[in-house]
Design a binder for this molecule. Structure first.
Ligand code: ATP
Ligand code: MG
Length: 264
């Protein structure tokens, strides 16, 4: 049976300032199974966001195809919930309004009461009960990110696409939200494609870690399966010797190997 998400021969090129083209990446191929959590790591500029934008349907690849559930991705859809690196909330709307807006788009026939009940459930999920009537400007960075996560989950998408969702958070808030995400994903078995720069975050969250080489002409150099048990926890996973093997492997890739894949 075909995988849930299939990416075949993906290439993205942009016009070069002096003429010709800059190939960001070429011939990217991967599959993601339903319920799988994938993290992609690679240096700045290698093309991670560009891949995510293609999966979100926000950008067309120069060549290649991406399929979800057997259908080619041709534009944005409520099938896919996206959390951008910056929170992208509507500043004039409350927490309830921001999430409710997405819910109403997904289920246009729902009554106000149905929408409110649904929103409440996802506000609780990210522990924002009591802040429903606040606007983004009244929230901390971590709270805004959690609204974005609640909004993406609330439309119950087939897949979540997360672009460094915790990049701007302090270590403590980041840790807490990671723990929440682990709990949510264990509960919902969401399929997730997430970009991160943080190898510990990837080890905590991902079933598979995609290693992308430096651009231009970046390639998917390696797909690493996470050997740690799925019920691993942030506070204890470093007791497992496999944690350090994996961590060293990822860091060695970023420091030494990521630049050795340049194509002729
Ligand atoms: N619309 C565009 N026009 C021209 N070049 C672009 C465009 N979008 C992206 N690029 C280039 O493509 C490359 C990949 O960009 P992308 O944003 O995907 O990188 P990234 O891996 O997400 O980096 P970061 O980790 O810094 O977020 C970069 O060199 C960038 O300058
Ligand atoms: Mg990016």
């Amino acid at each position: 049976m075909a995988s849930f998400l299939q990416v075949q021969g993906l290439k993205q090129a942009f016009p070069a300032p002096g003429g010709g083209e800059v190939v960001v990446f070429d011939d990217i191929n991967f599959d993601i199974d339903r319920g799988e959590f994938v993290c992609i790591i690679g240096h700045s500029g290698c093309g991670k966001t560009t891949i995510l934008n293609v999966l979100a349907g926000l950008e067309r690849p120069t060549a290649g195809h991406a399929f979800i559930d057997g259908r080619e991705i041709s534009g944005p859809s409520l099938d896919r919930g996206v959390v951008f690196q910056s929170h992208a909330l509507m500043p004039w709307m409350t927490v309830r309004g921001n999430i409710g807006f997405a819910v109403k788009s997904r289920w246009p026939d729902w009554t106000r009461a149905q929408i409110d009940t649904h929103v409440e459930q996802f506000v609780d999920m990210v522990h924002l009960g009591g802040s429903q009537d606040k606007k983004p400007s009244q929230l901390s960075g971590g709270m805004k990110q959690r609204v974005g996560i609640a909004r993406a989950f609330s439309i119950q998408p087939k897949m979540l696409l997360l672009d460094e969702p915790f990049g701007a958070l302090d270590a403590l808030t980041r840790g807490n939200i990671q723990d929440e995400l682990v709990a949510i994903v264990q509960q919902t078995r969401q399929t997730v494609f997430m970009i991160t720069h943080d190898v510990d975050e990837a080890i905590l969250l991902a079933d598979k870690i995609f290693l992308m080489s430096n651009g231009p002409k970046a390639v998917l150099a390696e797909i690493v399966s996470n050997p740690l048990p799925r019920d691993r926890a942030r506070a204890t996973m470093h007791h497992d010797p496999r944690f350090y093997d994996l961590r060293n492997h990822l860091i060695d890739f970023l420091v030494n190997r990521s630049k050795t894949y340049a194509q002729a």
